[in-house]
Design a protein around this ligand. Sequence first.
Ligand code: PLP
Length: 386
Amino acid sequence: MRFSTKAIHVGQEPDPTTGATIVPIYQTSTYTQDAVGEHKGFDYSRTVNPTRSALERQLAALEDAQYGSAFSSGMAATSAVLGLLSAGDHVVVTDDLYGGTYRLFSRVLARYGLQFTYVDMSEPATVRSALQKNTKMLWLETPTNPLLKLIDIRAVCDLRPSGAIVAVDNTFATPYFQRPLAFGADIVVHSTTKYISGHSDVIGGAVITNGPDLNEAIRFYQNSVGAIPSPMDAYLTLRGAKTLALRMREHAANAQKVAEFLESRDDVESVYYPGLRSHPQHELAGRQMSGFSGMLSFTLEGPPSRALDLARRTKYFSLAESLGGVESLICHPGRMTHGSIPKEEREARGVTDGLLRLSVGIEDAEDLIEDLRFALEATRPQVARL
Ligand code: PLP
C-alpha cells in the first residue's frame, strides 16, 4: 500500500459495531465488561481508546513503522521519549531546535539529573566529539527550527554508541518527505499539531518506532503519565492526516516560489530553505528528503527592527506561533517560538532579532508573494531605496 492510500485506509476499517465508514469519535472514558477482566480489548480510555488507536495505526503506517503512540501535544510526545532515560544519562542535542524542546530539556529534565550537550549536529565530527560514556540518546530535528539546517540522519546513526537511541523530531519534514527510521533512527517524534493535522485546530503529538521494547516502554509511559489526546482531537488529527500528501505537495511548491522570490530581492539578506540551490546542504536535502516542505526563514537588509515592522504588515501571512496549517503564518522566532532560549545563546546559534520564519500555506502562491512584496516595499530601508 502506498502513502496516500495508507493515510486514508490504515486503521480506518468500517466500524465493527455499526459499519460507520468514518472512524467514530468514541467519547467514552470507560467500557462495560461482561465479567471481571472480560472485555473487547478496551477497559479505560487513558490506556486505550478506539479513535486514538485508529490514529496511532495510521501515523505508524505513514512512517512505514510498526508502532505509534499518540499524545496530547508534541511536547508530551517528547517527554515520553526522554522518559526512556534515567538520572545520570547524557543526551546529545542539536543546537538549533524548537525553543520549547530546549526549555523542557534545560529547565525541567536537567533538574531530574539528565545531562544535555547542544552541538551543531550538521557536522558529524562535532557529534562524535560530544559523545560521552553515559550518552544514551541523540536528539535531532532536521530540518532544524528555525534555521532550516539539515542533519545527516544516517551519519548520526553510524556514530550511535551501542545501546543509545537516535530520536528524530520529524515535524518539519513530515513522513511524506522524510522517513528517519529508514536511515537508521530508532524513534520518530511529531508535533501532530502542525502538518499532520494540518488545519491549526488541534494540539497533539506522536511517537513512532519499529522497536517492540521501545514501543512497550513508550506505551507504559503514555498510560502511566496520561498525556493522551481526547477522542475528538484524535479524530481531528486522523481526519487531517488523510490529506497530508496533497497538502505537502502544495506547501512545498509554494515555499519554493516564495523562497525564490525572497532570494531575488536586493533588500533580503539571506534566505534559508533547503530547496534553494544556495542552501549549503541542498545536496543532502535531495538525498534524505523527497521534497523540501513548507518552512523557510530569512533575514532582511536594514536594522533588526525592520523584521518586527514587516511581521505586522502582512495580510495573508498571519503573525502567529505554530506552523504547518493550510494558512500561511509569519513569526519572529527570537521573540516568539524561541523566546525561551536566553538571548545570548539564541544569537550565538544564529537566531537573531532580524530573523523571520514563514510557514508557507496552500493559498495561491501569487497572493502570498504579493503580500510579502507589499510588506517588503513598505519597510524598505531608505539607503537601499537610493
Ligand atoms: N517540535 C517542533 C519542531 C515544533 O515546532 C514544536 C512546536 O512548535 C514542537 C515540537 C512542540 O509541539 P506542540 O506545540 O504540539 O507541543
